[in-house]
Structures are given as C-alpha cells and as structure tokens.
Design a binder for this molecule. Structure first.
Ligand code: HEM
Length: 212
C-alpha cells in the first residue's frame, strides 16, 4: 500500500546499516524552540482571550500564562519573536539544503488519507524513521501553514492600522480574530494528536533529541 516505509538504498550506509543522522541538529533545535514558543503563545493567548472572549466561555486561569492581561501580552509578544525568527530559519534551511524536497515531496493527499485510516486501525507501521509517511508529510506541512496563518492573523489584529492589506485579506479586524482563534485551535489539536503519535512510536522522540 504505502511505499513511504520502504528503506531506500540511498538511506543505507555501505555496510547496509541505516545512516547515522536522521534529524540534523538544526532541525532538532528549531523543532524544540518552536514547540516552546508555540506552547507559550498558546497559554498566554488563552489569558489574553479571557480578557475579551470571542465566545461564551473562558479558559480556566490555572492553565493560562501571564497572571493577568498585561503579563500575558508580554509573554505572547516575547514568544512571537522566537516563533517567527526560529520559524523563518527552519523554512529557509529546509529550502536551501534541499531537505524540504527530500523529506516532504511528493505529497499525496489520497496516500495521506490511506495512511491516516491505517493509523486509526492501528495498522500503520513506521519501520524506516528516516522517511515520513504520507500522513506525516501532510500533517507537518499542514501545521507549518497553520502557524504562518495564525501569525499573519495575529499581525493583522496587533498592527491593524499599519497593515491594512493584511487586515483586508483576513476579512477585516473581527474576522482576523476568528482566523486567529481557529488557527490556535487547529494547532492545539495537532499538538494533541502529535504527542499521542510520538508516544506510540517513542523511538522518534529519541531521534528528535539525539538525531540518531
Ligand atoms: C506545537 C508544538 C509542536 C509543533 C508545531 C511540532 C511540529 C513538528 C513538525 C513540523 C515536525 C516535522 C519536523 C521536520 O521534519 O522538519 C515534528 C516532528 C517531531 N515532533 Fe513535533 N511539534 C511540536 C511539539 C512536539 C512535542 C511536544 C513533542 C514531544 C512529545 C514532539 C515530538 C516530535 C517528534 C518525535 C518528531 C519526529 C517524528 C518522526 O520522526 O516520526 N513535537 N514536529
């Protein structure tokens, strides 16, 4: 069915052993910095949301960051610079080194759907950790797009007057708040599924820490 799991000869050392480095240091460092920045933005964002809720509910203060609105805003903006600088470095490095093409292309939505269905049935294996299966490719690229969209909608809310085109593209100030909230919710959902998948294949966690 899915051929993404076949060990390609390119990925083997001369003696037939899987190549040493699966995740280069820059991927690991940017991944963990990104995870820290996203979680800080999420928790502080919930506190900011509580000050002026879009919907008929508030997040429990105990799971928010910042203590009060001003504190939460400071966390949110501090983590924003980390997220954007680190994210740009990750994207540029992926493009310059050709890793983006090697790791994420070709991207097949039907194959990703097949992989997801197999994962739900507990039948998706992950023997070659040097290759992402189609579902992972779609998932990881999807969260990158979501993060970009959430950052841009945040910019439209924060600097609404300075970036009128961005505000218009988001459908106006109020719609930008919706986009920002929906983006945050989708990233949260990604994080929950992502952590469950990592727990199911813990070797990937070691690789994301040690590279090998
Ligand atoms: C919101 C926070 C997070 C985001 C946005 C995120 C996103 C990503 C992305 C985009 C990749 C693919 C990276 C690449 O190959 O270029 C990835 C891989 C990975 N992430 Fe995360 N991640 C987050 C949090 C976490 C957490 C908390 C863990 C630990 C439980 C984790 C563990 C991993 C592992 C182990 C891989 C490699 C998976 C594999 O090789 O099959 N991530 N993550």
């Amino acid at each position: 069915m899915n051929t993404a799991h076949q060990v390609s000869p390119r990925k083997l050392e001369p003696r037939g052993r899987p190549s040493a480095t699966v995740q280069p240091a820059w991927v690991r460092i940017t991944h963990w910095l990104n995870a820290i920045a996203v979680v800080i933005m999420m928790l502080s964002g919930w506190r900011i949301y509580n000050a002026s809720p879009l919907f008929d509910f508030r997040f429990p203060n105990a799971i928010t960051l910042g203590g009060w609105l001003a504190g939460a805003l400071q966390w949110h903006f501090a983590a924003m610079w980390l997220l954007v600088a680190n994210g740009l470095f990750y994207l540029v490095m992926n493009l310059l080194t050709g890793r983006f093409r090697r790791r994420f292309l070709p991207l097949s939505v039907p194959a990703a759907l097949r992989d997801m269905a197999a994962a739900m049935r507990g039948q998706l294996t992950h023997p070659n950790l040097a290759d992402y299966n189609a579902a992972q490719k779609l998932f990881y690229l999807g969260v990158v797009v979501l993060i970009v969209l959430t950052v841009l909608s945040g910019l439209a809310i924060w600097k609404s007057v300075q970036f009128p085109l961005l505000r218009v593209l988001m459908g106006g100030y109020d719609a930008a708040r919706w986009v920002h909230f929906i983006g945050m919710s989708a990233i949260t959902l990604f994080l929950v599924i992502h952590v469950v998948m990592v727990l199911l294949v813990p070797r990937t966690f070691i690789i994301m820490l040690r590279g090998r």
